[in-house]
Design a protein around this ligand. Structure first.
Ligand code: HEC
Length: 136
């Protein structure tokens, strides 16, 4: 009788062990799956491929957000000279757009430029550079 109880005890204990291992596998798999889902749902911010026009889309950003200072501060970004100054000063880099001085500046956390442009405006400028920084 005693032996039977012991046998039963060990059997139950072994079942528990199997159950715990199964549970661990389920939990682990569950977590891993969540991580993978998270990774694939994050989209790059500027996914648009629409053509960006310097004169009608970039110049207005300079006029509304920059020229309070950049009418006297280099680079001068007044409409008639903005393109020439950005080009001669090497402020954009078409082979490595995200490293362009102008883009890096707008994304900097320094007090002069943090919040001087919106993420959408930054995306537009980056997109314009990615498309070859044309005077279009
Ligand atoms: C409140 C005034 C102010 C505003 C607004 C401002 N800037 Fe500036 N900017 C400065 C000053 C001052 C400097 C020089 C010091 C520095 O680099 O932070 C500068 C420097 C820069 C530089 C680097 C110049 C160099 O030769 O290294 C770039 C590029 C630039 N600004 C672009 C912009 C653009 C584009 C905007 C608009 C979205 C803008 N800034 C808005 C004041 C301003």
């Amino acid at each position: 009788m005693e032996l039977l109880i012991f046998k039963l005890f060990y059997m139950v204990r072994n079942y528990f062990r199997v159950l715990i291992v199964l549970l661990a596998v389920v939990i682990f798999y569950g977590c891993e799956k969540k991580t993978i889902d998270f990774g694939t749902t994050v989209k790059p911010r500027n996914a648009s491929t629409d053509t960006v026009h310097f004169a009608t889309q970039i110049i207005p950003i300079f006029t509304s957000n920059c020229n309070g200072c950049h009418n006297s501060q280099t680079p001068i970004l007044e409409p008639s000279v903005a393109y020439a100054n950005l080009t001669s000063g090497g402020y954009y880099n078409v082979s490595s757009p995200a490293e362009s001085k102008i883009y890096v500046k707008l994304n900097s956390t320094s007090s002069t430029h943090a919040s001087k442009s919106t993420p959408a405006q930054q995306d537009l400028i980056l997109q314009w550079i990615t498309q070859g920084a044309k005077n279009n």
